[in-house]
Write a protein that binds this ligand. Structure first.
Ligand code: 5GP
Length: 114
């Protein structure tokens, strides 16, 4: 089912887009949790990580390559960053279109799960 991210992909609603190619779009999170907080989204409506199929491999690879390029462009490759995917209720997923959160720009501390 289409979500707000499909509207962003289709340019029906605005977003601060930082990267785009034929497989992936990336834009700044509207509610940033770190100095750099970018959402990396495949241009295929895959609702959750549970729904990834082998045929989606090009999209998944494209997401990782986009992260690498964005991290370089934002100058955080060397210091480092965190990449997160939330899945379903316990994971805290709010938008049911697969995405990575790319977080960085300061030391992020230990990974929290509470
Ligand atoms: P989730 O909880 O599904 O992993 O993350 C969804 C993320 O999407 C949240 O961090 C939220 O702030 C972000 N978000 C929700 N709606 C919009 C929107 O319309 N524009 C942008 N740029 N981010 C959004």
């Amino acid at each position: 089912m289409a979500t707000i991210f499909t509207k962003i992909i289709n340019k029906e609603i605005p977003a601060s887009i930082v990267f785009e190619n034929d497989k992936v779009i990336a834009f700044k999170d509207i509610n940033p949790q770190a100095p750099i907080h970018i959402l990396v989204v495949p241009k295929k409506e895959i609702p959750t990580l549970n729904d990834i199929e082998k045929e989606d491999s090009e999209y998944i690879l494209a997401m990782y390559l986009a992260i690498k390029e964005i991290a370089h462009d934002f100058g955080i490759s060397e210091n480092g960053y965190r990449v997160i995917t939330n899945c379903n209720t316990h994971g805290g997923q709010e938008v049911f279109h697969l995405h990575f959160h790319l977080l960085g720009g300061k030391p992020l501390g230990h990974m929290l799960a509470f």
